[in-house]
Design a protein around this ligand. Structure first.
Ligand code: ZN
Length: 132
């Protein structure tokens, strides 16, 4: 298993971690199998989306923040970041990738992102590669 850290620089945003994940798969030596990309955080997530046009993930951040407002009088969580927890659950804590020829089978326009919802922070990402 490979662990790497991602430093985020704003409260919410998407950091492209494709290069790190591809490196972790390469490091595993596995040519064919499954790679699980996972984070242990409750206010961040892992997602796959377009990496050709950076406006796509900017729009994801903008719209998810409009749909899930930071402050809601009905939130009860004392830490004041219920919006971050909600987004984390919606995006999910992991992605599963098919590995072929030692690389993840990503589409032409796909990238893997660490989704930050309560930064800036240093986040840890784990990549577990299983041959099969
Ligand atoms: Zn909290």
């Amino acid at each position: 298993m490979v662990r790497f850290e991602v430093r985020t620089d704003s409260r919410a945003g998407f950091v492209d971690i494709t290069r790190e994940v591809v490196g972790a798969i390469h490091e595993s030596g596995v040519q064919a199998g499954i790679a699980l990309v996972y984070c242990q955080h409750t206010t961040a997530g892992i997602t796959i989306n377009e990496n050709a046009d950076p406006d796509v993930v900017r729009d994801l951040e903008m719209k998810s923040s409009k749909l899930i407002e930071r402050y809601d009088a009905d939130f009860t969580h004392a830490e004041g970041n219920s919006d971050s927890h909600l987004k984390s659950s919606l995006f999910g804590a992991s992605e599963t990738l098919i590995v072929e020829a030692g690389a993840p089978m990503l589409g032409t326009w796909q990238g893997i992102y660490l989704a930050e919802f309560d930064g800036p922070r240093t986040r840890s990402v784990f990549v577990k590669v299983i041959a099969g």
